[in-house]
Write a protein that binds this ligand. Structure first.
Ligand SMILES: C[S@@+](CC[C@H](N)C(=O)[O-])C[C@H]1O[C@@H](n2cnc3c(N)ncnc32)[C@H](O)[C@@H]1O
Length: 238
């Protein structure tokens, strides 16, 4: 018998009462994750309770901001095994979700997850953020860009802010000590058309793990020369 209590109680303390259908989707997601993880490297977190807390519950924390309006168009950049995008989509079926990753084997895994969980209005795309962010079909088309554990914030703002519409938000999911990173990103945030709106520190339910959300509002269009190519966002952050 799969123990779903941690998931149910953790979600509840964030304000989400999971339906049987949603619980079932999390169970299938976890099975698929553990199964594929034996063949391809998706995550180093493999313990059942750890997956519930560090992947599933943690991924739901951004939904507690009031930014995710009904039907919002969201892109999860560097989604890996689908975090935070897939758990968010399980709980908020109305969201229009794009999952982006530069590793094609992870995209294949995500397509299987989308299929097995029968999720609609969600797509997994293969590409590098700094390349897709220059393309008309993706550039400034999203209400929210979100990213967890992909790069330092000064690099990440150049990956993510180009996708966000004016008036939308980039949410960076970080650890507890974000002040230094945030300071080093201030210049880039301004150049790319962003403005720091809020920072929130969250203790994950059923644990003593502290995480943070850095919320950046897009107040101006990103100048066309960004994101830069040739690996510059990473090698030489703004
Ligand atoms: C450490 S994993 C984190 C995955 C997931 N967000 C999580 O929190 O579990 C980082 C992921 O970002 C992807 N990635 C790194 N740089 C990227 C880029 N420039 N564009 C798109 N994806 C990228 C990697 O392929 C990898 O799957």
């Amino acid at each position: 018998m799969t123990d779903v209590n941690t998931l149910i109680e953790g979600a509840k303390s964030l304000g989400f009462t999971l339906t049987d259908e949603q619980i079932n989707k999390f169970i299938i997601y976890k099975e698929t994750l553990k199964d594929w993880n034996q063949k391809i490297n998706i995550t180093s977190i493999i313990d059942d309770i750890d997956i519930d807390i560090k992947h599933f519950i943690d991924s739901l924390t951004p939904l507690n901001t009031d930014l995710f309006t009904y039907g919002a168009k969201v892109i999860d950049i560097g989604t890996g095994g689908g975090f935070p995008g897939v758990p968010m989509k399980i709980v908020r079926d109305d969201l229009n979700m794009t999952l982006l990753d530069s590793l094609n084997k992870r995209i294949r895994f995500l397509n299987e997850v989308i299929d097995r969980l029968k999720l609609n209005n969600i797509i997994a795309i293969h590409g590098r953020a700094e390349e897709l962010g220059r393309k008309k079909e993706y550039r400034e088309k999203y209400d929210i860009a979100i990213s967890r554990a992909v790069a330092s914030l000064d690099t990440l703002v150049e990956y993510c802010l180009p996708f966000v519409k004016k008036g939308g938000y980039f949410i960076s999911m970080k650890g507890p000590d974000f002040n230094e990173e945030l300071k080093e990103s201030e210049k880039g945030i301004k150049i790319l058309g962003g403005k720091i709106k809020d920072t929130r520190v969250i203790t994950l339910p059923k644990s003593d793990i502290t995480h943070s959300l850095i919320i950046i509002e897009k107040i101006k269009e990103t100048p066309t020369k960004y994101p830069r190519g040739g690996g510059k966002p990473k090698k030489k952050p703004l």
